[in-house]
Design a binder for this molecule. Structure first.
Ligand code: NAI
Ligand code: HPV
Length: 526
């Protein structure tokens, strides 16, 4: 039974997939103290949050069984992603479900700001009839600067164009072609800031976007500019905004998000030009249902070891490529695990060579899995999420090579491990209808199923060597399932590759090493 902990309010209908799953127990508690959260998370297999719960490194560390963190929404700035990645925990979000709601909320904020609707409402319900103080401006023919033309920025631009606004968009990934297609003018950040009557931000909060709109930016703006932030507190420097309003440069600001949430009695709230909502961008029935459904499905898939889409800490792989790569996963993992066991000493480098058809594909997922296989020989908590991170942390270089020819096979997959004592190579393929096979160990050709207990023996090619090895295994009651011999020259260097029916005891290895012709004996468990 998987325990899924939910600590922020989610749509009941949205989480039905989880609550009704026979293999899931949902623990729903949206008022946990920090200590209670640390206690609850220690039992959880997955955690589901919105923006309120701060999923810190401490929380992640306490999640001993934690496999996945789901964010029912877009922004993951409340989750310590590096901490999750280094623990091998998958973080997924629900990027599509609240786009329209947030774009609509931003538009509502822009109109409210232009027409002083919140201020006019407050004054009217206080019994006043003040029509002079709340004279607004039209959106018609005004320039809207959108910083960040992703999902929400794009939806907002469509609505702005219907209102006959001229839209300038700045986004480092925006091409001229896409701008043209959407009907916006591609601008630099400086142009968007300097030429707009309304400026709205729709970027994630990152190191680069933190205080993207600061005093310097305010200095470049048109007098009377109005700002909207329905993305994240911290993209606009609140202290600089306060000053710019007080200086008369900025005519108004509409804020849905704040540097600290909840903001409490914020100095900005004493200014009549500021309107605010309590992080309501995604708070519609529709959006909440959408994101909760999306993230619940993702969590179920992760827990059940099924394919999932929206991992924040994994590169996304198109479904078609996932299908093509799936059969190679076992081969990749086993080759990594096999190669590492043939090598002594500290691991310096892992090189994965993809030959044949494989060379044309994006093989990064297979590289991760190979690395997971190799590192799992040393580390217990390694998975394909944290394998690259753990390799880097340990100074292990990882290289991919691609060769279009595959030496007679459709695909050949070669793993080379370099340690401080030498270099070893193992190659394999997927045989049509037969599954994965190891075909080469260093320069020796073999044909081995990559599974179970194996014994790799390097020896001198001498008459009787095979018989003596067989006798010693028999003496230790270890049955040989298959045996293959490879050699370079008659009477020269050779290998024996044995598949045996049980794990090889240490004493057996010692007895084999005593034989004159034996150079090395390695037990390999796959
Ligand atoms: N107020 C609310 O309730 C909600 C807030 N949000 C916030 O809105 C943000 C945007 O959401 P989406 O549009 O769905 O994300 P998205 O990922 O589709 O779009 C973000 C865009 O920002 C651009 N970008 C990144 N760095 C930039 C920079 N330095 N300058 C300019 N552009 C930059 C990216 O290229 C991307 O196109 C989220 O990160 C989230 O923080 C999202 C949903 C609800
Ligand atoms: O999806 C996002 O990024 C949001 O900011 C929505 O936040 P919420 O889920 O409403 O706390």
């Amino acid at each position: 039974m998987y325990r899924v902990l939910i600590t922020d309010p989610l749509s009941d209908q949205g989480i039905e997939k989880l609550t009704q799953a026979p293999d899931v127990e949902v623990i729903l508690n949206t008022s946990l103290s920090k200590e209670e959260l640390l206690e609850e998370i220690s039992q959880a297999d997955a955690l589901l949050v919105r923006s309120q719960t701060k999923v810190t490194a401490e929380v992640i560390q306490a999640g001993k069984n934690l496999k996945a963190i789901g964010r029912a929404g877009v922004g993951v700035d409340n989750i310590d992603i590096p901490a999750a990645t280094s623990r091998g925990i998958i973080v997924v979000n629900a990027p599509d479900g609240n786009t329209i709601s947030t774009a609509e909320h931003t538009f509502a904020m822009m109109i409210s700001l232009a027409r002083n609707i919140p201020q006019g409402y407050r004054s009217t319900v206080q019994g006043k009839w003040d029509r002079k103080s709340y004279v607004g401006v039209e959106l018609n023919k005004k320039t809207l600067g959108i910083i960040g033309l992703g999902r929400i920025g794009t939806e907002l631009s469509k609505r702005a164009r219907v209102f006959n606004m001229n839209v300038l968009a700045y986004d480092p990934y925006l091409t001229e072609e896409r701008a043209h297609k959407i009907g916006v003018t591609k601008a630099t950040l400086d142009e968007a800031i300097a030429q707009s009557d309304f400026i709205t931000v729709h970027t994630p909060l990152t190191k680069e976007t933190h205080h993207l709109i600061s005093t310097e930016a305010f200095n470049q703006m048109k007098p009377g500019v109005r700002l909207i932030n329905c993305a994240r507190g911290g993209i606009i420097d609140e202290a600089a905004l306060l000053q710019a309003i007080q200086d008369g440069k900025v005519a108004g600001a509409a804020l849905d998000v704040f540097e600290t949430e909840p903001p409490g009695e914020h100095p900005l709230f004493s200014l009549p030009q500021v309107i605010a909502t309590p992080h309501l961008g995604a708070s519609t029935r529709e959006a909440q249902e959408n994101v909760a459904i999306d993230v619940s499905e993702e969590i179920l898939h992760i827990l059940r070891d099924q394919p999932f889409k929206n991992a924040v800490n994994l590169p996304s792989i198109p479904a078609e490529l996932q299908e093509k790569l799936r059969p190679y996963q076992i081969l990749a993992e086993k080759l990594g695990l096999f190669a590492i066991q043939t090598a002594d000493g500290a691991l310096d480098e892992v090189t994965i060579t993809y030959s044949g058809e494989l060379a044309d594909w994006d093989t990064a997922p297979l590289t991760r899995i190979t690395l997971k296989g190799a590192l799992s020989h040393y580390l217990s908590d390694v998975n394909y999420i944290n394998a690259p991170h753990l390799a880097k942390e340990r100074g292990v270089r990882v290289t991919e090579q691609k060769i279009s020819k595959a030496q007679g096979f459709t695909n050949l997959f070669t793993v080379t491990v370099k340690t401080n004592t030498g270099e070893h190579q193992v190659a394999g393929t997927l045989l049509n209808g037969l599954g994965p096979r190891i075909l080469k160990i260093d320069q020796y050709s073999v044909d081995i199923l990559p599974t179970g207990h194996q014994l790799l023996i390097h020896h001198h090619d001498r008459p009787g060597a095979i018989g003596r090895v067989g006798t010693i295994l028999g003496n230790h009651d270890v049955n040989i399932a298959t045996m293959q011999v490879g050699r370079k020259d008659i009477g020269g260097q050779a290998i024996m590759m044995l598949t045996v029916d049980k794990a090889v005891p240490e004493e057996l290895l010692k007895d084999l090493e005593k034989l004159d012709e034996i150079q090395s004996v390695t037990a390999i468990d796959l």
